[in-house]
Write a protein that binds this ligand. Structure first.
Ligand SMILES: C[S@@+](CC[C@H](N)C(=O)[O-])C[C@H]1O[C@@H](n2cnc3c(N)ncnc32)[C@H](O)[C@@H]1O
Length: 542
């Protein structure tokens, strides 16, 4: 009897050990832990789905051949959800400058400022950032890169959060930037004059571009009139390099450790890139041509101490608004230009979903002075600015972009010429959608037109009636058919139009009515709506 009891006790203990083992497995062993906090803007999406509403009177068009930039006013959780449908895997560069969570009226959660006394302040910030970064990840192209400005308040948690979302292997590095030139006597122990830009690739296909090297042209000469232009000479000897014998034109022999393999050296010699400093004698040196050095560029440094400071950024913004300081802590245009240049050349889309005063937009317009076609998508809420009276988008960001595009008078009353460009202004809007009823699907489709135009980049309305609409851009057409009975009328309308069509057709299910478009198969690409949108929203809002 006692033996049996003992046995069952052992069995129980074994079962308990197994249970505990399973529990331990479930627990996170390494990484970031925080208290998830419910957010109103996220909860809202359980009953209402976000869409875009265009504010037509805020459109700025100066040149139809230039790209159309987008400004989205609203909470960026909603804007990013919409962009997950319209811009999935289309963005080259994301730059964000989120609230640093300093406790000093810079971060609002559920419409309340989070202060230093709030014991959940880090949890709230991480909940907020995680949701947005997860959405942002889907927007990046395979080759895309995300940059996030941050300071010591949240650097460490943000780094680990990004390792989880973008993966540690995609961490490119952290740029340390000098944010002020002068002493900062703001904290007791250290004068903090730097902050960070954390940088992650979307995949191993992303690569930062090389940047132009700092060159002193005077160092480059051309004493032998080399047709390849001016050059400097650099030593061929190199500690730890390949060992072989080099014979100079005068017959002198050197055995050394060399920078190049013997084979490469021979081909450089043949290419007349090797010089011997003392009239055919002396250890060989190789020619480094100015043109090649410029083309080759250099890998960017992680320490940026000479890119404009935040003080300069404040001056730039004041210059646009008659000397008034409307916004605290904007980033400098030059910083944004350098970051964008690290990823794209003359084309590509840049997204900033914490746009604030709109510096990223100005930087893109500025870069396009080189004839480029870069585009921006910027998003910001239109809340009060750091507790002040002004609204961020209506009073600061939008007027700034308008001034930069159309021109303005600066502080010295000098006219600054507009850079030109186009902007479309959208506000996030909502469609009731608690249940997938037919009525709700019809409502969503009716209000999805702007989203579809944004997805296709086609904004010029060329035909409209109750049953369908047709838009055009420089490369193709977009059709939206609200009722399948209008298919024959739509086909008639496009019969004589040459070009490709993206056609969105209303369907309560997933039907694209391929049979009815059989004869124009080459010309049209069909997608069912609202199903295509709902598919994305089901993933996000579950
Ligand atoms: C630090 S500022 C960005 C400044 C910007 N880099 C510039 O140069 O002007 C952060 C901005 O994000 C905005 N913001 C904060 N939370 C947001 C949210 N949930 N949705 C949209 N914008 C938000 C704030 O209103 C603020 O203007």
């Amino acid at each position: 009897m006692a033996k049996n009891n003992k046995k069952s006790e052992i069995e129980q203990l074994k079962a308990e050990v197994e249970r505990l083992k399973k529990e331990i497995k479930k627990k996170k062993k390494y990484g970031l832990v925080w208290e998830p906090k419910i957010e109103d803007v996220v909860e809202l999406c359980k009953q209402k789905l976000p869409v875009l509403k265009e504010i037509k009177n805020k459109e700025i068009i100066t040149d139809k051949n230039k790209p159309v930039n987008l400004l989205i006013e609203g909470d960026n959780y909603h804007a990013l959800s919409v962009l997950n449908y319209t811009h999935a895997a289309k963005i080259d560069v994301i730059y964000i400058d989120p609230p640093y969570n300093t406790g000093n009226k810079d971060f609002k959660y559920n419409d309340m400022y989070v202060d230093l006394e709030d014991s959940y302040r880090h949890s709230k910030w991480l909940s907020f950032m995680e949701k947005r970064l997860k959405l942002a990840k889907f927007l990046l192209k395979d080759k895309g890169v995300i940059f996030i400005s941050i300071d010591d308040n949240e650097y460490a948690p943000l780094k680990i959060l990004c390792d989880q979302i973008f993966l540690e292997k995609n961490y490119i590095g952290t740029i340390v930037r000098r944010r002020r030139q002068s002493q900062a006597n703001l904290s007791k122990n250290l004068s903090v004059i730097h902050e960070y830009v954390i940088c992650y690739a979307r995949s191993d296909k992303s690569e930062l571009r090389r940047i132009p090297p700092v060159i002193n042209n005077a160092d480059f000469k051309n004493p032998d009139k080399d047709p390849r232009g001016s050059y400097v000479t650099m030593p061929c000897s190199n500690k730890g390099g390949a060992v072989y014998e080099i014979i100079t034109p005068t017959g002198k022999k050197y055995v050394d450790e060399w920078r190049f393999t013997e084979e490469t050296y021979k081909s450089l010699l043949k290419d007349k890139r090797i010089v011997f400093p003392k009239k055919g004698e002396g250890k060989p040196r190789y020619k480094l041509f100015l043109r090649e050095k410029k083309e080759e560029g250099v890998i960017p440094n992680s320490w940026w101490d000479d890119v404009a400071s935040n003080q300069e950024a404040t001056r730039e913004l004041k210059d646009l608004f008659n000397g008034k300081l409307l916004f605290n802590n904007p980033k400098p245009v030059e910083l944004m230009k350098q970051i964008i240049n690290l990823v794209i050349d003359k084309d590509g889309i840049v997204l900033d979903f914490f746009a604030g005063s709109g510096t990223t937009g100005e930087a893109v317009l500025n870069l396009n002075k080189d004839g480029g076609n870069r585009k921006f998508v910027i998003c910001s809420d239109d809340k009060d600015n750091n507790g002040g009276e002004l609204k961020i988008v209506s009073d600061i960001c939008y007027p700034r972009i308008k001034k930069v595009i159309e021109g303005y008078k600066n502080l010295k009353s000098k006219k600054v010429k507009g850079l030109g460009g186009n902007l479309k202004y959208f506000r996030t809007n909502f469609v009731d959608y608690e249940e997938p009823t037919d009525r709700n699907k019809i409502k969503l489709t009716e209000q999805a037109t702007e989203m579809l135009c944004v997805k296709e980049g086609a904004f010029e309305l060329i035909e409209e009636n109750k049953k369908f609409k047709i838009f055009r851009d420089t490369t193709h057409y977009t059709g939206i058919i609200f009722d399948q009975i209008a298919i024959p009328a739509f086909k008639k309308a496009i019969k004589d139009i040459k070009g490709k069509f993206s056609v969105y057709i209303f369907s309560l299910g997933d039907e694209t009515f391929d049979e009815e478009f059989k004869d124009v198969k080459q010309k049209v690409k069909l997608s069912p709506i609202p199903e295509a949108i709902l598919r994305v929203y089901r993933r996000i809002f579950k």
